[in-house]
Ligand binder design. Sequence first.
Ligand SMILES: Nc1ncnc2c1ncn2[C@@H]1O[C@H](COP(=O)(O)OP(=O)(O)OP(=O)(O)O)[C@@H](O)[C@H]1O
Ligand SMILES: [Mg+2]
Length: 290
Amino acid sequence: MKSFRGEPEIYRQRDQGRTEAELEVKSLSLSFGGIQALSDIDMEVHTGELVAVIGPNGAGKTSLLNCMTGYYRPQKGRIIFNGKDVTRHSTHSLTRVGIGRTFQNIELFPGMTVLSNMMLGRHIHCRYGLIPGCFFSPSVRKEEIRHRRILEEIIDFLEMQAIRNKPVGSLPYGMRKRVELGRALALDPRLLVLDEPFAGMTLEEKEDMVRFLLELNAGWGQTMILVEHDMSIVMSISTRVTVLNFGEKLAEGTPEAVQSDPKVIAAYLGGGQENGNGLSRDNGLQADIG
Ligand SMILES: Nc1ncnc2c1ncn2[C@@H]1O[C@H](COP(=O)(O)OP(=O)(O)OP(=O)(O)O)[C@@H](O)[C@H]1O
Ligand SMILES: [Mg+2]
């Protein structure tokens, strides 16, 4: 398949200030009634890193991402992004400061085309008002052309030319995951937050996704947080790994350090049972990507 070798405009135009993505999570706690989803979580992400958040089912990974992206309001703790306290900001405002995400359960409009779904991600950058937009003035047209060009570059990069005009609902699950990544990239995020982007993918789709994430992070410096159950992928592409278990931070460090941490091994292998998401003795922490 054709591989996009050029650097999309959203990355070409980034200067030092535009790339900065320093995230600090301090003593974050979140509960739902009697369920303690997160207890006193501290975590940092620095510009250019690809930090993975791992942990067994129900460990609190999605809850942590939901706090970072404004979907959940933590009862305690703070989230600082590039020096600004964003703890209780709305999802919209967090998107504006540069935090873009994908969802564990795909959140796209199935009746709309790939391009239209991605266009929705781009709207945050539209500068024209309602009236000029209605009359499609020359300045609006110029801006729309620029947005289209940006989207076409992302479509090229993600090798989605063949599906660009197809309704999302008609696509295989793995392809929809790719469209979600495309929509998140259309936001031009400083920090890209991915909740299980490989779930439900075939081996070939996973290989493509690994290639895209490596190009984004190692090639173009995109800062990322990745929640993923496939340990072989996590351990091969992350710069650092944070491990959650029952809402608490169990460990953090380099992939090598985390893989050999006895607490982490015990958390994953303690039950010794396949947990439905690929974490088992056979394909767990010691696995290497082929
Ligand atoms: N909206 C909610 N209402 C009530 N409980 C919730 C809600 N969201 C999460 N929880 C609970 O918080 C805990 C952590 O859930 P979370 O979805 O964050 O786990 P996870 O690590 O993402 O798990 P998985 O790997 O299965 O996706 C679980 O006990 C879950 O049932
Ligand atoms: Mg989850």
